[in-house]
Design a binder for this molecule. Sequence first.
Ligand SMILES: *Cc1c(COP(=O)(O)O)cnc(C)c1O
Length: 219
Amino acid sequence: MTIQQHLAEIRARIAAARAASPRRQDVELLAVSKTHDADAVREAIAAGQHAFAENRVQEAAAKFPPLRDEYPDMRLHLIGPLQTNKARDAVRLFDAVHTVDRAALAEKLANEMAKQNKKLLCFIQVNTGEEIQKAGVSAAQLPELLNFCRTDAGLEIQGLMCIPPVAEPPETHFKLLAELATEYALPLLSMGMSADFEVAIRLGATHVRVGSAIFGVRD
Ligand SMILES: *Cc1c(COP(=O)(O)O)cnc(C)c1O
């Protein structure tokens, strides 16, 4: 199947999952183009795809500036861990960052956004599985970081993001993330990937991050 056919199928599945979701929320499909080249992105754009996601600043910096010039309406989301010293590049390259997970980064992002006069949509990554190797704050640390973002850094946070542990059913993690978002009055939820985006949508996802189901398996 082509990228265009994959996209059509995913969009149909998203629409069906949304119809089955009690919230009937708007769902944005983020096409995760990491490891795939600019021509794959062009093919997706030709098929009507508008929003893309990358997990590394350097890869995005190499791939996207020419695409941006060709397609000024496209949007790019950062979904991988961000080093503080790459915050300036991230603000320049991206429209959203899903991986705010510490005070120093929140402060740096707020400063860069002010300097560049550009506002990115910001999500805090929550390490719902409490995995040592994974980025994100624990659910217990979330209120403190949110409070820091709002009152000290002046960084507006619109949502939460999680990546459930690979070996566990994702439902509990998606439910926890949705509950936290409700508790802290955050409207956006970035959750769900190729294998589980329908489950995520039924539990309230507003942004699903789908890579291999669109572009094929990565090397
Ligand atoms: C790679 C990646 C995805 C997409 O994963 P697929 O299983 O290929 O859909 C989603 N979210 C993050 C954070 C990723 O790094």
